[in-house]
Design a protein around this ligand. Structure first.
Ligand SMILES: [Zn+2]
Length: 168
């Protein structure tokens, strides 16, 4: 089993934090990515998704996982199990320093997540004036709005993500 952390960063203007609507452990927040088979290296064409609140039984096991998928090329089964309490919001300070923030950890058996995409309209953005924008869609890789309270433009651009292997 290998654990991967989804790490994200961005360039921001007047933004103090970016996170899923209900926090990183939001049971309904959808994480989208492709899968690479750990056996043959095949990468899925389509994106798959996992949600913390959705689990399925693992075949020939008593356990559950957030995803069980068979590789189309070699037929090997793989599982992904999400680990709550492993993420935190991406802050304006992180972005300023070019640092990545962990959103969620994934325990992976037989496959690994690659090419995360910022799908869905489930992001919560707080500006430096404390204004909250809800259900923001970041799938285009950027976002801009006007903060009436702070009387300033606010924006996110150049969203970046990667999966880091967690060393144990
Ligand atoms: Zn395979």
């Amino acid at each position: 089993m290998v654990t991967f952390n989804l790490m994200i960063t961005a360039e921001v203007d007047n933004v103090s934090s970016i996170q899923p609507m209900g926090g990183c452990d939001d049971p309904n927040f959808t994480y989208y990515f492709k899968l690479k088979c750990g056996n043959c290296g095949e990468v899925t064409e389509k994106e798959t998704y996992v949600v913390l609140g959705e689990v399925v039984p693992i075949p020939k096991s008593r356990g559950n996982a957030n995803l069980v998928q068979k590789c189309k090329l070699c037929g090997r089964d793989g599982t992904i199990t999400m680990i709550p309490k492993s993420g935190r919001p991406l802050t304006g300070d992180d972005c300023e320093e070019g640092k990545y923030a962990p959103m969620m950890s994934f325990d992976c058996r037989g496959l690994e997540p690659v090419a995360y995409s910022f799908g869905g309209d489930q992001w919560k953005i707080v500006t430096t004036a404390g204004t909250v924008f809800e259900n923001v869609d970041l799938s285009d890789g950027d976002w801009a709005d006007y903060d009436e309270k702070g009387k300033m433009p606010t924006s996110i651009s150049n969203l970046q993500s990667r999966f880091d292997v967690v060393k144990t």
